[in-house]
Design a protein around this ligand. Structure first.
Ligand SMILES: C[S@@+](CC[C@H](N)C(=O)[O-])C[C@H]1O[C@@H](n2cnc3c(N)ncnc32)[C@H](O)[C@@H]1O
Length: 245
C-alpha cells in the first residue's frame, strides 16, 4: 500500500469520526434528554405490548425454540457470558427451553459451562442438550435450592438468571436463596424489572423492580451494572446485578 493510499484511508476515517461526532453533538444540543428518554419509553411499551398481536417477544425463537426475551438482552447475555465464562448458569423459569438452549449454545462457543434450569411446569418439546440439566419444582422450594447447590458443587464462576414468577415476594425469596451462589465478579440478573410501570404493565403490582430495590438496600455486595443500559432498550432495567465482593 502506497503512502498516498494510507493517507487517503486515514482521511476517510477521520471524516467518518467527525460526521459521527457531529451527529451526536447535534442530538445533545437540539434534543432535550427528557425527549430521548420518552422516545425510548414509548418504543419499550410499543415493543412489549405488540406481543398481543403475536409479535416481538411472543414470536421470538432460538433454533426453533421460543425465547420470551428481547433480543437486545440476549446479546447482553452473550457479552456477559464471554466476560465471566461461567462454569454454571442457573436459570429460574425454563418455559419452552429456548433461553436455556441459547445459553448452552453460547457455552458451546466458549467451550465451557452448563445450564441448570428450573420450572414448576414440564412442557413437551423442550430442547435436549448435553449442557442443559432440567430441574422440576418451585425455584424457592428448599429441596430445589439444595439440588441446584449440589449441581454446582464446588465449581465457579456461577451466573444466576431469575425469570420465573414475577411477583415481588417470590423474586425477593429467589434473590435471597440464589444470591449466595453467585461468584464475586459475576452476575445475578433479575428479569422483567420493566413490569409494574417501569415502563410496562402499570397494573402488574409489585414485581421484580420492587424486589431489586428491597434486595439492594440490604446487599451492598451487589450493584446494578450501568454498562448494561448501553442498548437503551432492555426488559431488565436496573436488573443486571454484579457481585462486587
Ligand atoms: C417468563 S417464563 C420463562 C421464560 C424463559 N426463561 C425464556 O426466556 O424463554 C416464566 C416461567 O416460570 C415458571 N414458573 C412460575 N413460577 C415458578 C416457580 N415458583 N418456580 C419455578 N418456575 C416457575 C413458569 O412455569 C414459566 O414457564
Amino acid at each position: 500500500m502506497s503512502l498516498m493510499e494510507v493517507l487517503r484511508g486515514l482521511g476517510r476515517a477521520v471524516a467518518h469520526e467527525i460526521r459521527t461526532f457531529r451527529g451526536a453533538l447535534y442530538r445533545r444540543i437540539a434534543l432535550d434528554p427528557a425527549d430521548e428518554r420518552s422516545v425510548v419509553r414509548e418504543f419499550h411499551r410499543l415493543y412489549f405490548d405488540a406481543r398481543a398481536f403475536d409479535m416481538t417477544w411472543r414470536n421470538t425463537y432460538f433454533m426453533g425454540h421460543a425465547v420470551l426475551k428481547c433480543p437486545l438482552d440476549l446479546w447482553l447475555y452473550q457479552e456477559m457470558l464471554h466476560s465471566v465464562r461461567p462454569a454454571v448458569i442457573v436459570e429460574t423459569g425454563t418455559a419452552f427451553g429456548g433461553s436455556a438452549l441459547y445459553l448452552a449454545s453460547i457455552c458451546d462457543l466458549l467451550g465451557a459451562g452448563r445450564v441448570v434450569t428450573i420450572d414448576v411446569v414440564e412442557r413437551r418439546g423442550a430442547p435436549a442438550h448435553p449442557r442443559i440439566t432440567y430441574v422440576r419444582g418451585s425455584s424457592v422450594d428448599p429441596n430445589v435450592v439444595a439440588r441446584v447447590r449440589s449441581e454446582i458443587g464446588g465449581t465457579s464462576p456461577v451466573v444466576v438468571l431469575l425469570d420465573s414468577d414475577h411477583r415481588r415476594d417470590h423474586v425477593l425469596a429467589e434473590l435471597e436463596a440464589y444470591a449466595p451462589l453467585v461468584s464475586p465478579g459475576s452476575y445475578l440478573v433479575v428479569e422483567d424489572t420493566n413490569l409494574n410501570g417501569h415502563p410496562v404493565e402499570p397494573d402488574h403490582g409489585p414485581g421484580p423492580m420492587e424486589a431489586v430495590e428491597a434486595f439492594l438496600a440490604r446487599h451492598p455486595e451487589f450493584a446494578h451494572d450501568a454498562g448494561m443500559d448501553k442498548f437503551l432498550l432492555t426488559f431488565n432495567p436496573q436488573g443486571y446485578l454484579k457481585r462486587l465482593r
